[in-house]
Ligand binder design. Structure first.
Ligand code: GLA
Length: 386
């Protein structure tokens, strides 16, 4: 049971292959991403898990012993060697499966192999499992049963394996995620590379953009805390329309807003862009230490919306040491002045300092309220210290 206490004491941080690579994920991509974690500074900022999403195994099925087999062309040296390399760099390796016969992309799933697969993953040195829910029965009771079975089997391996639940929020996983051994649970469908939703007729799919996802996580603050987090899905920051997933890209302000909100709401931070080729401005969004400190604050309190005035919103997140992170969010399409009061953010009308975390500058003292001009689709992320 001790693993539940130590794992995910703050929201997990890392990278996941899906948003950029889809079925093209390979051992080379994973090794190069790990190298980039080291020299770009991502690792020093706390990004730790490198997660191989769907499509890593041989599509035709298991071997004659019933074991999953890594795709021999894309993972020619197998997963154990890859995990050793990743561990050698001080990083952790994640893998993916599904609580049914097939994964979302129709590769073999783990249903009926809940004892065998975790044993195999543990023998390879896997540190993280994302467990998807395509092709599984829709009811909540079955979901709880299937996630419980996997959660227990992971614990039985004796290896610390972070358990990431991915049933997209429809069966209220925030109510039972911890109970089944989960450390994070998706509360939304897949977020695509766009500010607004995108209708994708071929899949009859209203794919979620950055902006609408914020509302899906908004009222779930009571469920987040050390050891278990509401997962708002992987970051689309930096994809710029070049990902495997749908979307033409978002602008800089919109990507910055995703980062501000995912940090304030204590979402796990799983990068989705190709970090090997990320530009400076993307690196700056992903590696602002003062912004990341909001996400990683040891108190682990998810921000709450404390003001909604049309498209203008104020969110507040208590931080350890008595300060608070405050987000001024403008979801509208023209600039707006947003005023926030001390009372709203749980503070007294006494002198306090506001610091702009993106710019890393103090912007002044206030006691009762302060007002800032916020650009369209932008956020100001502040730290307020009494
Ligand atoms: C689902 C998940 C995604 C990704 C894909 C892979 O859609 O929600 O995050 O893992 O499956 O097929």
């Amino acid at each position: 049971m001790s693993q539940l206490k130590t794992l995910a004491s703050t929201p997990p941080m890392g990278w996941n292959s899906w948003n950029t690579f889809g079925a093209r994920v390979s051992e080379a991509v994973i090794r190069e991403t790990a190298d980039t974690f080291i020299f770009s500074g991502l690792k020093d900022c706390g990004y730790e898990y490198i997660v191989i999403d769907d499509c890593w195994s041989r599509r035709e099925g298991r071997d004659q012993n019933g074991n999953l087999v890594p795709d021999p062309e894309r993972f020619p040296n197998g997963m154990k060697a890859l995990a050793d390399t990743i561990h050698g760099k001080g990083l952790k390796l994640g893998i993916y499966s599904d609580a049914a016969d097939f994964t979302c992309a129709s590769y073999p799933g783990s249903y009926g192999f809940e004892e065998e697969d975790p044993r195999l993953w543990a023998s390879w040195g896997i540190d993280f499992l994302k467990y998807d829910y395509c092709h599984a029965p829709v009811d909540q009771a079955t979901a709880i049963q299937r996630y419980t079975r996997m959660g227990q089997a992971l614990q039985k391996t004796g290896r610390e394996i972070l358990f990431s639940l991915c049933e997209w929020g429809g069966r209220s996983p925030f109510l039972w995620g911890r109970q089944v051994g989960g450390h994070m649970w998706r509360v939304t469908g897949d977020v695509v590379d766009s500010w607004t939703n995108i209708w994708i007729p071929e899949h009859n799919w209203n794919a979620l953009g950055i902006d609408p996802v914020i509302d899906l996580a908004a009222n779930l603050h009571v469920y987040a805390g050390p050891g278990g987090w509401n997962d708002m899905d992987m970051l689309v920051v930096g994809l710029k329309g070049k990902g495997h997933i749908p979307g033409m890209g978002a602008n800089f302000a919109e990507y910055q807003t995703q980062m501000s909100m995912w940090c304030a709401l204590c979402s796990p931070l799983m990068i989705g862009c190709d970090v090997r080729t990320m530009e400076k401005e993307v690196a700056a969004l992903l590696m602002n230490r003062e912004v990341l400190a909001v996400n990683q604050d040891p108190l682990g309190k998810q921000a709450r919306r404390v003001q909604k005035n049309g498209p203008s919103e104020v969110w507040a997140k208590p931080l350890s040491g008595g300060s608070a992170a405050v987000v001024l969010l403008n979801r509208g399409s023209s600039a707006a002045e947003i005023t926030c009061t001390a009372g709203e953010i749980g503070m007294l009308d006494a002198s306090k300092l506001a610091r702009d975390l993106w710019k890393q500058v103090d912007i002044g003292d206030f006691s009762r309220s302060f007002t800032q001009l916020v650009q369209p689709h932008s956020t100001m992320l502040l730290k307020v210290t009494p």
